[in-house]
Write a protein that binds this ligand. Structure first.
Ligand code: CP
Length: 316
């Protein structure tokens, strides 16, 4: 039961609890009227201290589709954070008005801190370069739906034997950190990290989590060399907002551009994921390739957030 619980990082829910969420999301996808009024009378606070399109809008759409309502802010300048109010006080207030809180914040650890001051469940919608657990739920549901055996309830089977390539900014990309950590809980996943040396995945992910869990981990700077081995290619944007200087960003931003030529090296059933927004790292021509799954992935994000909210609010 995840009713009333916080979601700060992917490991907060057990594998069995995740499977229940995926099954619920698939049921909602199949029957859009399912749980439609289940959150009537409930309020969701969406507190976004950083920009967002998908996460905020899909949470708000999810809550409204469940019959509930939303309140909040989309940028901190319109809240009393601009006057110097502490995060702890902001959270105490939001928890006294709403039944659950979704928060994005540029500081690593902000969601954990918020969870300690909140009387209502806190859902981490991204804390700096640290974690983005609901993007991970979205990514896992997408892999299950597109690579899993039809009708299979458990995610684990869909992941066994998969080679997953993460490409781009693996240093600052919180979606990479969250997804890699989540996948490390399932045996049989092979990880290939593709990045320039400056943007390698931090050792607290590769060494302390993946290798410690017994996963197969490889690192390379060449996408072309490994393209033919991948079952899932997880492309990422170079995170301009987390760089210390603009010159480094400009030098690194176009290191990898996935285009039709590179796609010709891939397996016919490989899928391309991207948490979005994309900048330059996937050429628009790839959108027409049946293996491009990133827009479908964003749509699954709404279904899994409906399942999450209904479960956390005790409405499922
Ligand atoms: N994937 C994701 O977090 O997108 P947004 O920044 O638009 O919310």
């Amino acid at each position: 039961m995840i009713t009333g619980r916080h979601l700060v990082e992917p490991g907060d829910f057990s594998i069995e609890e995740l499977d229940e969420l995926f099954v619920l999301a698939e049921r909602i996808e199949a029957d859009q009227s399912y749980l439609r009024e289940s959150c009537r009378g409930k309020l969701l606070a969406t507190l976004f201290f950083e920009p967002s399109t998908r996460t905020r809008l899909s949470f708000e759409a999810a809550m409204m589709r469940l019959g509930g309502n939303c309140l909040g802010f989309a940028e901190p300048g319109s809240s009393s954070a601009a006057k110097g109010e502490s995060l702890a006080d902001t959270i105490r207030m939001a928890a006294s008005y709403a039944d659950a809180i979704v928060m994005r914040n540029p500081k690593e650890g902000a969601a954990l801190l918020a969870s300690r001051y909140s009387a209502a469940p806190v859902i981490n919608a991204g804390d700096g370069g640290h974690h983005h657990p609901t993007q991970t739920l979205t990514d896992l549901l997408t892999i299950k739906r597109l690579r899993g055996a039809p009708g299979s309830a458990a995610l684990g089977g869909a992941l066994t034997g998969l080679t997953v390539g993460f490409c781009g900014d693996l240093k600052f990309g919180r979606t990479v950190h969250s997804l890699a950590k989540a996948l490390s809980r399932y045996p049989g996943v092979r990880f290939i990290f593709i990045s320039p040396p400056e943007l390698r995945s931090p050792e607290y992910i590769t060494r302390d989590i993946l290798i410690k869990a017994g996963a197969s981990v490889e690192e390379t700077d060449s996408l072309e060399k490994v393209m033919g081995e991948l079952d899932v290619l997880y492309m990422t944007r170079v995170q301009r907002e987390r760089f210390f200087n603009e010159e480094d960003y400009i030098r690194l931003k176009d290191t990898y551009i996935l285009d039709g030529e590179k796609m010709s090296l891939a397996k016919r059933d490989m899928i391309v994921l991207h948490p979005l927004p994309r900048v330059n790292e996937i050429a628009v021509e790839v959108d027409r390739d049946s293996r491009a799954a990133y827009f479908k992935q964003a749509q699954y994000g709404m279904y899994i957030r409906m399942a999450l909210l209904a479960s956390i609010l005790g409405a499922a």
